[in-house]
Design a binder for this molecule. Structure first.
Ligand SMILES: C[S@@+](CC[C@H](N)C(=O)[O-])C[C@H]1O[C@@H](n2cnc3c(N)ncnc32)[C@H](O)[C@@H]1O
Length: 231
């Protein structure tokens, strides 16, 4: 792992917000990714005889928030909505829907963490909506400690300090909860992405647990994927 230290927190945050605003229409997550993660989690839980609800899901560093919608639909949406979300997707500025209103149906609310909630966190104020909390993913609300059944992120490379970010993400997971990561493995540390060259051993050191899925460049955006069940 390569890590580029910022001179101060304010310049880090300003840089992240400016970069996010300049690419606000981009989403690097495809419906196919969300569907795959939902399938893997369901299979793992079934193999362990776990029939309890997965619990609230938290997505971190979500920019325009599309992955929050995709995971909610893949995990809990009616079949018709799942088919529509898949069919209407096109590759444009990453991935987007030809009919975005479909993905907005039944959004959760950050203030009501029921077992089917799916919410996000983003530092860019442009992202604010009822199911996206505007703030930093290493300074999460204390009432979220141990609250989530799964955490998804493809933004670990944007961490200000990887060890404290990892600790904050682990802290919001329930025991036995899942961490789903998409990581741009070969990327060097840079001003916008201060954490670079995140390889297998780094990820498992940051998030010790049982690796239930790993695929190099497996996501639709070709990010390396990890799914870890926390102890
Ligand atoms: C690589 S983009 C990924 C966006 C989105 N997940 C996607 O797939 O398109 C990283 C996002 O993380 C956000 N971000 C960076 N640092 C953050 C922080 N400390 N807390 C919350 N969000 C942050 C950035 O503003 C940006 O929108």
């Amino acid at each position: 792992m390569e890590y580029r230290k910022f001179e101060d927190r304010a310049s880090y945050e300003a840089r992240q917000i400016a970069a996010s605003a300049s690419k606000f229409s981009y989403c690097k997550v495809s419906y196919r990714d969300a569907e795959k993660y939902a399938r893997i989690l369901a299979r793992d839980r079934a193999s362990r005889g776990d029939t309890s609800p997965i619990g609230p899901v938290l997505c971190l560093g979500v920019r325009n928030g599309r992955e929050v919608d995709l995971l909610r639909i893949a995990l809990h949406g009616p079949r018709l909505l799942q088919v529509m979300a898949n069919m209407m997707e096109r590759r444009w500025h990453g991935f987007a829907s030809r009919r975005p209103f479909i993905e907005r149906l039944n959004r959760s609310n950050c203030k009501r963490l029921d077992e089917r909630a799916c919410i996000g966190v983003e530092i860019n104020p442009l992202a604010g909506r009822p199911d996206v909390w505007v703030g930093s993913f290493d300074n999460l609300p204390t009432e979220w400690t141990g609250a989530f059944g799964a955490v998804y992120s493809n933004s670990l490379d944007h961490a200000y300090a990887p060890y404290s970010v990892a600790a904050a993400w682990r802290a919001v997971l329930r025991p036995g909860g899942y961490l789903i990561l998409g990581v741009p493995g070969e990327q060097r540390a840079a001003p916008i992405d201060p954490v670079g060259l995140l390889v297998f051993d780094d990820v498992l050191k940051l998030f010790p647990g049982e690796l239930i899925y790993f695929r190099r460049r497996g996501s639709a955006w070709r990010y390396t994927e990890y799914i870890i069940r926390m102890r």
